[in-house]
Design a protein around this ligand. Structure first.
Ligand SMILES: Nc1ncnc2c1ncn2[C@@H]1O[C@H](COP(=O)(O)OP(=O)(O)OP(=O)(O)O)[C@@H](O)[C@H]1O
Ligand SMILES: [Mg+2]
Length: 513
């Protein structure tokens, strides 16, 4: 609880301006995103901040023109919101933020209990009960004050891919902002909303969850005009309990749309389809091989891309592999059309979109193609990756390297085994599993009839690299995939480096992120 009101006092001196060179560069892309330049116009007066957050203005000061949560970034003229996480307390960095030029702070305690604060005069201070909640309220207020159309994207897989593609397509047609990286949580969503400026016409916002109710909260903050739900699958089961729990959670996005919104759903995913019943908005379905508002037929894979017939009329070639990416493209076309982008223009832009990093990203060395899908893994995205490389035409073997899928709760072993069986049934030539947690994938493949000689279980990334280097020949295709924390990206980078060294090619992993 916030303590009773204290008298508001005027700040004694202007905020200390941080020297340009004093910015520290922590290096992580995520941190860079957190401090993106957020010129917010003029609404961030200390009293407006107190009002939006339900806090107390303890010390007056000059208005801010941006919001930051990271004292290592450019804080000049920004309000620093001191977030408390599992491992960090932003209150320990208030003094640093002020030294870097922050002109005010949002904190959850009296200034004399913030380290270094009393000595730094000039900044305004707003005290709130919960700084995380305050950041959400500021994001909500900022969104309310701007007329940009907001597209919210959720689903168990494909959020970032669809967000990146839609962001790219819209940006060519109108001033557009989009979530940096996978900034999709209670911090990332408001930070994305702060990037909206008066001239912004579209904001593409990724909305994720790890606990029940989070999507409802974030939907209320972002108030999307358009919602996309890509799919419902076994992911984050530790937080959400079951696939039914995932569906319930994802449905909070469609449920939060207004009457005049548009809800774009995967019509081939039963749980997604049922979300049509919970929204007041218009609904459009995206389907493959069935007529729908947006549909594709004749899906065909090429070495690095996929073609399909759109709406039964025109053939479209996408420079990305996989049926799952056809769905993603259809979501993009549906949302872009709603925002007035002509179909020809949207298709042209889609044909140029870069791959989202380490999402089935093809990398070649020594005539071997490594599909780097090491960004993350759950059963649905693993199935999508297997089907994609199984479907690529041409000679050469199709090899799959899997690490463990994390956060799958009680069904984890069964889900790993099922994936093994699916991998065999897809016609994969060889399966390598890395680490004890991934063993049930091999067990499932063997039980489904995959020959023992085609299944290899290895303990670590070094062993896997050695085995692959012995096995692989020009023309082969390799899918590498695991949950992010397994770190299979190191295998991809090491393998490409070693393959490149075979032929003297430059390392295609260099500069990868
Ligand atoms: N529509 C889809 N269906 C199934 N898998 C997909 C789909 N789109 C992308 N994928 C695969 O899912 C994985 C993650 O992709 P992406 O980062 O786009 O998803 P995300 O939902 O943003 O994930 P996260 O929850 O980790 O932020 C990649 O392996 C990608 O190839
Ligand atoms: Mg993401």
């Amino acid at each position: 609880m916030v303590a009773p009101m204290k008298p508001v006092v005027d700040a004694a001196a202007p905020a200390a301006a941080g020297p340009e060179g004093s910015r520290r560069h922590g290096g992580a892309a995520a941190r860079g995103a957190a401090s993106q330049r957020t010129a917010l116009g003029t609404w961030l007066t200390p009293s407006a901040i107190a009002k939006a957050t339900g806090g107390e203005l303890l010390v007056r000061g000059r208005s801010a023109d941006g919001v930051t949560t990271d004292s290592r970034q450019d804080c000049r003229r920004k309000v620093f919101v001191a977030l408390k996480g599992e491992h960090h307390d932003g209150h320990d960095h208030v003094a640093a933020a002020l030294q870097q030029g922050a002109c005010g702070v949002v904190v959850d305690r009296a200034p004399d209990r913030v380290p270094g604060m009393p000595g730094l005069a000039g900044a305004f201070v707003v005290r709130v009960a919960d700084t995380g909640e305050a950041l959400l309220r500021l994001g909500q207020e900022h969104r309310r004050r701007h007329r940009a159309k907001v597209v919210g994207i959720t689903g168990s897989c494909g959020k970032t891919t669809t967000k990146e593609w839609l962001g790219g397509v819209l940006a060519r047609a109108m001033p557009t902002v989009r979530s940096p990286g996978s900034y999709n949580n209670r911090v990332g969503v408001p930070l994305t909303l702060f990037s909206i400026r008066p001239e912004t016409r579209a904001a593409v916002v990724e909305i994720g969850t790890s606990a029940p109710g989070e999507i409802g909260t974030l939907t209320a903050i972002a108030r999307p005009d358009i919602a996309i739900v890509t799919c419902v699958a076994a992911a984050h089961l530790q937080g959400l309990g079951s696939v039914a729990g995932v569906a319930r959670e994802k449905s909070l996005l469609p449920a939060g749309l207004g009457d005049d919104g548009l809800c774009i759903l995967n019509g081939d995913d039963v749980q997604c389809r049922e979300m049509a019943a919970v929204t007041r908005a218009r609904v459009q379905f995206v389907r493959i091989d069935h007529a729908a508002d947006w549909f594709a037929t004749d899906v065909q894979f090429h070495a690095f891309g996929t073609s399909f017939r759109l709406q039964g009329e025109r053939t479209v070639t996408l420079p990305r592999l996989g049926t799952h990416n056809v769905y993603n493209a259809l979501f993009v076309l549906a949302a872009a059309a709603e925002l007035g982008v002509p179909e020809d223009q949207a298709l042209q832009s889609l044909s140029d979109v870069p791959p989202a990093a380490r999402r089935l990203e093809p990398k070649c060395a020594a005539g071997i193609t490594v599909f780097d899908d090491t960004y993350n893994m759950n059963p649905a995205s693993a199935r999508a990756g297997v089907l994609a490389i199984a479907g690529t035409p041409g000679p050469g073997r199709r090899v799959v390297v899997f690490g463990e899928m994390l956060e799958l709760g009680a069904d984890s072993t069964a889900l790993h085994r099922t994936l093994g069986a699916e991998t065999h049934r897809a016609g994969i030539d060889a399966l390598c599993v890395v680490g004890a947690g991934a063993r049930p994938i091999a067990d499932g493949a063997l039980a489904a009839g995959m020959p023992a000689g085609a299944v290899m279980c290895l303990d670590g990334i070094g062993d896997a690299q050695g085995w692959l280097l012995q096995q692989l020949r020009a023309g082969d295709r390799v899918l590498c995939k695991a949950s992010r924390r397994v770190g299979l990206d190191r295998l991809v980078d090491g393998l490409l480096h070693a393959l490149g060294a075979r032929t003297g090619e430059p390392n295609p992993a260099a500069g990868a992120h």
